[in-house]
Design a protein around this ligand. Structure first.
Ligand code: DHB
Ligand code: MG
Length: 226
């Protein structure tokens, strides 16, 4: 079976369940116009994230890896009037593009973009007791995924949902001898996640218009002693 059928089905689903409105379409255009990597979640994945946010009644969301703000918009739209989303982005230019898109989406009151390295920002957030978040979506640099997970647990409470994008990488995670730093980072994370007794977790494989990939889903079970 060729991959075309997966793309066609993804478009079929997105057209029905996650059609781009003017704001989302403009956001995707801005990513292309500004030369950002075309790594945004797909429309249907955005809708999936929104569903997850609604499912966990999220009032406080943490996102790592804002990029152009596409997934940010899907998630923030699930927030109640007093809800808040903090999104961490290491790249100044990406953060500027995302901020414009967030403003144009009418979500600047709910979304705060923090520019910097999540490995520095997260310990500070833990110190400042900015948690607990109801949902954490990680879609940032792949090599430190295990470290992001550890910090996310310290910003969580029992019941917090953690979602990690890109944990299958076209099946490259099966290769123990891989030299790809992104794949190695994800392999390390997947092992640590599966071994962690404080979460109930699994990986949802995903096919569609993006590369064959998957999202890890984890619910925090008990209190975490940081
Ligand atoms: C890459 C990153 C992503 O977040 C994604 O969804 C797809 C690819 C990458 O860095 O290769
Ligand atoms: Mg991704």
């Amino acid at each position: 079976m060729d991959t075309l059928i997966f793309e066609k089905v993804d478009v079929y689903i997105s057209n029905m369940f996650a059609p781009d409105d003017a704001t989302l379409a403009a956001t995707l255009r801005s990513l292309r116009a500004e030369g950002l990597p075309q790594h945004s979640v797909s429309a249907n994945q955005g809708k999936f994230l929104q569903l997850m946010a609604i499912l966990c009644n999220a009032k406080k969301i943490l996102e790592l890896g804002t990029l152009g703000g596409y997934s940010t918009i899907w998630l923030a739209r699930a927030l109640p009037a007093d809800g808040k989303l903090i999104s961490v982005e290491i790249n100044n230019h990406y953060a500027e593009v995302a901020q414009r898109n967030i403003n144009d989406a009418g979500l600047s009151g709910k979304v705060e973009i923090r520019v910097g390295d999540a490995l520095e920002i997260l310990p500070k957030m833990i110190h400042d007791k900015e948690g607990p978040f109801d949902l954490v979506f990680v879609d940032a640099d792949k090599p430190p995924y295990a470290e992001y997970f550890s910090f996310a647990l310290s910003l969580a409470r029992p019941g917090t949902l953690l979602v990690f994008d890109n944990v299958i990488r076209e099946g490259k995670i099966l290769d123990p001898a891989t030299t790809d730093e992104k794949v190695k980072g994800v392999q390390r994370f997947n092992k640590i996640l599966s071994d962690n007794p404080h979460v109930t977790s699994t990986i949802l494989p995903i096919v569609g218009i993006k590369e064959y990939d998957g999202m890890a889903l984890a619910i925090v079970k008990g209190n975490i002693i940081a």
